[in-house]
Design a protein around this ligand. Structure first.
Ligand SMILES: *[C@@H]1O[C@H](CO)[C@@H](O)[C@H](O)[C@H]1NC(C)=O
Ligand SMILES: *[C@@H]1O[C@H](CO)[C@@H](O)[C@H](O)[C@H]1NC(C)=O
Ligand SMILES: *[C@@H]1O[C@H](CO)[C@@H](O)[C@H](O)[C@H]1NC(C)=O
Ligand SMILES: CC(=O)N[C@H]1CO[C@H](CO)[C@@H](O)[C@@H]1O
Length: 609
């Protein structure tokens, strides 16, 4: 009886195992010029390219339980095999060569304040933050060669080469493949000094509801986490930011490494994040630009728009709202804003109500608190940069929206406008030590008002006690580190092999630098080797700054956490976190249950008879 019983079970396994199609989907990270195969036992079977760099195939075999991917040359000969051994499962996800499949839970940061913006909508879901995308752009060779030869036209670091390069773009995630025609172009000024260039991508079709995304290079951060964490902090306090996740980037035959794939400051991002509906009309945004030694100080100058064109660039707006032939219509809101602010500054007592009637005070205070905690050296409070003034037509008021956080969370002792002896313990006047170089008319006027200063203190106290401290933040940092760790050394190596004519700055960081600098380890300047040092470990900075700002606000009564303006009932958009389960996965689960029922019924049959 017993023997028979096991024999039946065995035969049902064999029956299920026999003549089975095993399917494989794998993203090559090895660039153009090689293909991928599957190796099981002594057998090697080539896969076919479906959407490069995704290779797929179905192999009919009796039993494949463990396997590896191998890279093959054009004759089908093995060039190398991956270092991991994989266990077969019918999940049908797109795997990645030499990377184990991961499910990383990125913790949500606490939300301490009343929301003011929906931060996305059904037609503009936040980019999921727990996966790594693979982005391959197959681009016009001549146009691409032009931009990677001369990111600055003529080699002079003033004129930026923003030529559009036509491409077909393929984006592969664990469960989806997207492909569209479109274009890429270089972005940034500071980031363009690095060989690991930063890019914008425009799509003809929509990717997750978007027509464009940015790929930020993080070329000066050994942890690759500072920018991502900063974004999350602004978002946690309710400030709309361009967020996203990590992506491996490949352009033609070139391997660029690990990037952040985030939204640009686009019309759709504004309508999605500020207004909760990508179809809504937006107001108008003005980006702030310094013309050193002059800064966009937000002072009212005159009613003549010509006085504003140097510092304020109209950026996103509805075409119907402006007359391109009459520039005055384009500048009317920035003039209106500076004029109203000037009037308020000159009103006795500077009533909060009056300011709140045209300006989102609450948002700028929360933004200043995060600028303070991360010591944002190139953002709104300190440098009046990487920020936009946005006219919000829904609330008929103005709000400051930040972007680009690449000089953050790393101290500031070498910055000429920071006082090296006092800044760490200073969470109120750190940005205003050198008014002779950068005058802070706008933020100084705000903080001179006692009620506004009081609200700043409450926000600062709450954030440094309940959000920006090592208990909360180190969990977040470690989760993100787990997500990207396997790609870190690869990312630092790729830039050494990147064969483009441009001779930009390269930081030769290592996986050890990454591990150390996440905690308390520093990364030193090494001539011609490491240009961007890291004076503080990420966790170390969080601890130091958190303790300083807690001390700086000790005794602040935080029992009244009412917003100082913009008291709206806004629901924050909750996205469907998971990528949608693929049909294949659902089908497989079903097949497994059937198999189990078959085995169980055989067991019952033998038991009973
Ligand atoms: C495997 O797939 C091939 C091609 O689709 C098909 O002809 C064959 O019948 C399949 N084998 C099994 C066991 O499902
Ligand atoms: C495969 O399964 C074995 C045994 O369960 C496990 O130890 C190993 O980590 C798995 N390999 C991968 C790549 O998941
Ligand atoms: C790029 O594509 C656009 C639209 O498809 C086309 O009009 C343009 O001529 C192309 N440019 C080049 C340099 O091929
Ligand atoms: C000035 C202002 O709008 N204050 C509001 C902030 O939020 C609280 C509670 O939600 C309201 O009661 C205040 O009127």
């Amino acid at each position: 009886m017993k023997v028979k019983f096991f024999g039946i079970i065995l035969s049902s396994f064999v029956a299920l195992g026999k003549a089975k199609n095993y399917s494989f989907n794998v993203v090559s990270i090895l660039g153009e010029g090689s293909s991928i195969g599957v190796k099981y036992g002594d057998v090697i079977k080539p896969l076919t390219v479906s959407h490069f760099p995704l290779f797929s195939g179905s192999i009919e075999a009796d039993n494949i339980d463990v396997y590896k991917y191998v890279s093959l040359d054009s004759n089908g000969k093995v060039i190398e095999e991956e270092s991991i051994t994989r266990n077969y499962s019918d999940d049908n996800i797109n795997e990645v060569y030499n990377r184990v499949n991961k499910e990383v839970e990125i913790p949500e940061l606490p939300q301490l304040f009343k929301p003011m913006f929906p931060m996305g909508g059904k037609n503009f879901e936040p980019i999921p933050n727990r996966i790594i995308y693979n982005v391959y752009a197959n681009c016009d060779k001549d146009a691409y060669a032009n931009v990677v030869s001369e990111p600055f036209v003529g080699g002079d670091n003033s004129v930026q080469n923003n030529q559009l390069v036509n491409c077909t773009i393929t984006i592969i995630s664990p469960k989806n493949t997207f492909q569209s025609k479109g274009s890429i172009h270089l972005i940034g000024f500071g980031s363009r000094l690095f060989k690991k260039l930063a890019w914008s991508i425009k799509f003809d079709k929509k990717f997750l509801g978007r027509k464009s995304v940015k790929l930020r290079a993080m070329a000066s951060d050994p942890t690759l986490i500072r920018e991502k964490l900063s974004t999350e902090l602004y978002k946690a306090v309710g400030i709309p930011v361009q967020e996203g996740t990590y992506a491996r980037l490949f352009i033609n035959g070139d391997i660029y490494g690990l990037y952040l794939i985030i939204d640009g400051f686009s019309k759709k991002w504004v309508s999605g994040y500020v207004h909760g509906d990508a179809k809504k009309d937006i107001g108008i945004s003005y980006k702030l630009y310094a013309k050193i030694p002059q800064y966009p100080d937000l002072k009212y100058i005159s009613d003549d728009y010509n006085d504003y064109t140097r510092f304020y660039i109209p950026d996103e707006y509805e075409d119907k709202d402006v007359d391109e032939n009459n520039l005055a219509t384009k500048y009317s809101h920035i003039i209106d804003f500076t004029k109203k602010f000037n009037d308020w500054v000159n009103t006795p007592e500077r009533p909060v109500k009056k300011l709140g009637s045209f300006f989102n005070i609450e948002a700028v205070l929360r933004l200043m608190v995060i600028d303070t905690l991360i010591l944002a050296l190139d953002n709104f409070w300190l440098r009046l940069s990487n920020a936009a003034v946005y006219y919000n037509p829904d609330h008929n008021n103005y709000v400051i929206l930040p972007y680009d956080f690449d000089k953050v969370l790393n101290g500031g002792a070498v910055d000429p406008v920071i006082d090296p002896n006092t800044y760490i313990g200073d969470c109120h006047t750190w940005a205003t030590q050198h008014e002779e170089t950068i005058e802070h008319f706008f933020t100084n006027s705000l903080l001179q008002q006692p009620e506004i200063k009081k609200r700043y203190d409450v926000i600062l106290s709450k954030v440094s006690n309940e959000l920006f401290n090592t208990d909360v933040i180190s969990n977040y940092i470690h989760a993100v580190a787990d997500l990207i760790r396997d790609d870190v050394q690869w990312n630092f190596d790729t830039i050494n092999y990147l064969n483009i004519p441009y001779n930009g700055i390269v930081n030769h960081y290592s996986l050890q630098n990454f591990e150390d600098n996440i905690e308390n380890g520093h990364v030193d300047f090494v001539e011609d080797y490491v240009v961007n040092d890291a004076h503080y470990g990420l966790n170390e900075w969080v601890e130091l700054r958190s303790e300083s700002c807690k001390a700086d606000t000790a005794g602040v009564d935080t029992s009244n956490n009412d917003n100082i303006s913009d008291d709206y009932d806004v629901e924050v958009y909750k996205s469907s976190k998971e990528e949608i389960k693929s049909k294949a996965e659902i089908k497989v689960t079903f097949t497994k249950s059937i198999a189990l029922i078959v085995i169980l019924s055989q067991f019952l049959f033998y038991y009973l008879f």
